[in-house]
Design a protein around this ligand. Structure first.
Ligand SMILES: O=C(O)/C=C/C(=O)CC(=O)C(=O)O
Ligand SMILES: [Mg+2]
Length: 220
């Protein structure tokens, strides 16, 4: 059996656990209350997208939003991980986009239905290359940014997160066992907005990594 390499975690078929409303300024821009507990949802591994392939606007949406987020790649699995030990479970990071069909999400919210169609479709999780843990010594203090067609739309620091990375690992692992290769998306800062077919998205984490993706429309 060939050994798997964590630097290609997106090929492993592991869980993608997403945190929502983790920045007060983003919760407010969508007129949501600031949460007192993490808001969680999931994406399937089929949502992964690597540079070179386009983000597809689902054929059932006309309002696809970008959300730039810090992703945490789990290196050592575990359940009920104490917050004080959480950092030991991280292998590294990735810059991620949580692509969101906002019109579909709004409809799901109004009907009290789950967000799956809005958040979990194919290409809804574009990711950068794997970033080894040492390159981000403090995940609670890095700047994320995103441009659409060279215009800055999002810029925020992870110090603004309501729930820190160690807290999230501990909280999630209390009821979802974390496995090597899992990815946690830690939420987006303010500035989310719509993208259109042919748009070019660029995003980055300080001087650590940048990514570029083109937007296309799912064929009918
Ligand atoms: O509650 C809403 O209207 C929207 C919430 C999100 O899409 C949450 C996130 O994915 C996020 O904050 O990153
Ligand atoms: Mg998000």
């Amino acid at each position: 059996m060939t050994s798997r390499n964590i630097s290609r975690f997106w090929e492993w078929g592991r869980k993608i656990i997403c945190v929502g409303r983790n920045y007060a300024d983003h919760a407010k821009e969508l007129k949501n209350a600031v949460p007192t507990e993490p808001v969680l949802f999931l994406k399937p591994p089929s949502a992964y997208l690597k540079e070179g392939s386009p983000i597809l606007v689902p054929r059932y949406s006309s309002n696809l939003h970008h959300e730039v987020e810090l992703g945490v790649v789990i290196g050592k699995g575990g359940a009920s991980i104490p917050e004080s030990e959480a950092m030991e479970h991280i292998a590294g990071y990735a810059l991620c986009l949580d692509m969101t069909a906002r019109d579909v999400q709004d409809e799901c919210k109004s009907k009290g239905l789950p967000w799956t169609m809005a958040k979990a479709f194919n290409t809804s999780c574009p990711v950068s290359e794997f970033i080894p843990k040492e390159r981000i010594p403090d995940p609670g203090n890095v700047t994320l940014w995103l441009k659409v067609n060279d215009q800055l739309r999002q810029s925020g620091c992870t110090s603004q997160m309501i729930f820190s990375v160690p807290y999230l690992i501990s909280y999630i692992s209390d009821f979802i066992t974390l496995e090597e290769g899992d990815l946690i998306l830690t939420g987006t800062p303010k500035g989310v907005s719509a993208v259109q077919e042919h748009d070019e998205l660029q995003a980055g984490i300080q001087d650590v990594v940048t990514i570029s993706f083109r937007v296309d429309r799912q064929q009918l």
